[in-house]
Ligand binder design. Structure first.
Ligand SMILES: NC(=O)c1ccc[n+]([C@@H]2O[C@H](COP(=O)([O-])OP(=O)(O)OC[C@H]3O[C@@H](n4cnc5c(N)ncnc54)[C@H](OP(=O)(O)O)[C@@H]3O)[C@@H](O)[C@H]2O)c1
Length: 284
């Protein structure tokens, strides 16, 4: 069985390929990348590397030839990715791919999360394509909070507009293990899984975890969106980026990342990585 992976040179793609290499011969794994130089190490391990940018439909057609199951890791190009994902799904369908596993976002079709519309559009397009699918709706990466550790080292505080909101994060390695379980396992056709950590932490708990890591007290300060935007602009962020971060925080305050589901730990056969451990691992 040939497994294709898009975004294969990215963080999640690499971890998924590591997991696949533990179970499959390297020549059965097809890494789809846009920059082959970034995948030289994968080629050296015997993985088949094919080059295709998501806007290059002829290249996608060629890259997907012979793929049985595709891990479609969502693109990082926010604003352009619904079309990019449609291109990949079309090419996969034309190539006779037998199942597409898509990495989505929590409760993609019903949530108000600011990042969800492109995922919702992709899920709907995928389901309508008629290609068997598995949707894994990944919650936040614990690694997203490495920056907070650096901020706390400098200031002794973390500041958000997320209030008492909670985040059911897991590590990229957890999500990659979940993707591998779904790619190689049976019975996942036309299923939707909510992948999350086993516990939804709040920002007081994040501050406590960071405090333990850096060995000094860290306070959590909750501010409103307007105050956060001013603070972020003062730190050099553009008004657009600051507004986006504040909106995401508002989404967290509204509970949109707080859903804990047993799907991920059940499929990987172990608990997800706790916040403190995940942050420590991300810091290396
Ligand atoms: N759940 C979360 O907390 C969270 C956080 C961040 C992102 N995400 C989503 O999860 C995905 C995987 O996460 P990650 O950490 O692995 O992200 P990542 O390291 O940024 O990897 C994204 C990969 O997509 C590739 N890519 C982007 N645009 C492309 C294009 N037009 N054509 C071909 N390849 C393209 C990139 O290629 P290059 O290596 O050439 O740039 C990169 O390898 C992200 O893309 C994003 O959709 C989720």
């Amino acid at each position: 069985m040939k497994i294709g992976v898009t975004g294969a040179a990215g963080h999640l793609g690499r971890l998924a390929i590591d997991g696949l290499l533990a179970k499959l011969p390297a020549e059965d794994i097809i890494a789809i990348v846009r920059n082959p130089a970034k995948a030289a190490d994968l080629a050296a391990r015997g993985v088949v590397v094919r080059v295709a940018a998501y806007d290059d439909t002829p290249a996608l057609d060629a890259a997907l030839a012979g793929v049985d199951t595709l891990l479609l890791i969502s693109s990082s190009e926010v604003g352009r990715r619904a079309q990019q994902h449609r291109n990949i799904i079309d090419a996969a369908k034309a190539a006779g791919v037998r199942r597409i596993v898509y990495t989505s976002t929590p409760q993609a079709t019903t949530t108000a999360l600011i990042l969800a519309p492109e995922h919702k559009a992709t899920e709907e397009y995928l389901v309508a394509s008629g290609v068997p699918y598995t949707i894994v709706r990944n919650n936040w990466y614990t690694e997203n909070y490495v920056q907070e550790v650096e901020t706390a080292r400098k200031t002794g505080a973390i500041v958000t507009a997320a209030g008492e909101g909670r985040v059911a994060s897991a590590t990229r390695a957890d999500y990659a293990a979940g993707a591998v379980a779904v790619l190689l396992g049976e019975g996942h056709e036309n299923k939707v899984y909510e992948f999350s950590g086993d516990y939804a932490w709040n920002f007081h708990e994040l501050a406590a975890a960071i405090s333990e890591i850096i060995g000094r007290p860290v306070t959590y300060r909750a501010v409103d969106a307007a105050a956060l935007i001013e603070l972020l602009k003062g730190a050099g962020l553009s008004a657009d980026t600051a507004g986006f971060v504040a909106t995401l925080d508002g989404n967290i305050a509204d509970g949109l990342l707080g859903l804990v589901s047993p799907d991920l730990s059940r499929l990987i056969g172990r608990p997800t990585t706790p916040l403190l451990e995940g942050l420590r691992a991300a810091l290396g």
